[in-house]
Design a protein around this ligand. Structure first.
Ligand code: MLT
Length: 262
């Protein structure tokens, strides 16, 4: 198993995609197939997910941010546009605090800068115990409804099943370890005012995990950031309304001259 598994497609300015929890780079399929025609797309599996190594199961968002920065070095990328969704956004925000020079632009989708409240931490600790006893398939069944809007269960069932399979294939120890990493993450709200690159904030209108109000607050903290609310989309807005998601990201990249032109 490779330390960090990634795909690298297309040519031009690098767009780096960081997936949500507990998924893999496969959640970006509609974005990879679209953006590989317009720029270079790198999508990787966060340690403990997909085909990346599981390591010692002592994960932190800090180390995940280091993995991202090391991957950029390994690929000789001096600057990238980084797009993180949910947990991917936690990683992107911490990586920006650590190494802002690596960022040309930032896209934060369905995520937040605040650390977990005590209530949220306790919920994660309960989920850690449950996933180790009941297994990942059961965890997937319980987690999926939170990741999509209600209407997606009528309109996008094949995509939902695909995501369920990814969660079910993730080792329970990895899910538990990542829950702990998220519970232990630092609050990056104070760093928002230091973000000096063009930033796009995206949220699904029906996102129940990081609702529009939370994302609006984060958007207000970032100087000059753009905010887009995607209709007919829950937490995994890139999968529920990929056409709209891709257009919003494309326009942002084009306005910042990061898109290839024929
Ligand atoms: C995710 O989609 O990455 C998770 O919902 C993040 C979280 O549980 O905080």
């Amino acid at each position: 198993m490779k330390k960090i598994h990634f795909i690298d497609k297309g040519k031009g300015f690098p767009l780096v995609l960081i997936h949500g929890f507990p998924l893999s780079h496969k959640m970006w399929e509609p974005q990879i197939s679209f953006f590989e025609n317009h720029c270079r797309v790198i999508a990787y599996d966060v340690r403990g997910h997909g085909r990346s190594e599981m390591g010692d199961y002592q994960y932190t968002i800090e180390n995940h941010a280091d993995d991202l920065l090391s991957l950029l070095d390994e690929l000789n990328i001096s600057k990238a546009c980084v797009l993180g969704l949910s947990m991917g956004g936690y990683i992107a925000l911490r990586a920006y605090e650590k190494s802002p020079k690596k960022f040309k632009a930032l896209i934060l989708s369905d995520t937040k800068s605040e650390a977990d409240s005590d209530e949220a931490k306790i919920k994660r600790f309960q989920a850690m115990s449950e996933v180790k006893i009941k297994g990942s398939a059961k965890y997937a069944k319980l987690a999926l409804p939170g990741l999509f809007s209600k209407s997606a269960f009528e309109k996008r069932l094949p995509v939902i099943r695909k995501m369920e399979d990814i969660v079910a294939a993730t080792p329970p120890k990895s899910i538990a370890a990542t829950l702990l990493a998220m519970a232990a993450r630092t609050d990056t709200t104070i760093g928002l005012a230091q973000i000096k690159v063009p930033t796009l904030v995206i949220v699904g209108k029906q996102d129940a995990i990081t609702p529009v109000a939370v994302m609006k607050k984060m958007h207000q903290g970032i100087d000059g950031a753009r905010l887009s609310v995607i209709p007919e989309a829950g937490h995994l807005s890139n999968l529920e309304n990929p056409e709209q998601f891709n257009k919003i990201v494309f326009d942002f990249l084009q306005d910042n001259k990061l898109i290839n032109h024929a």
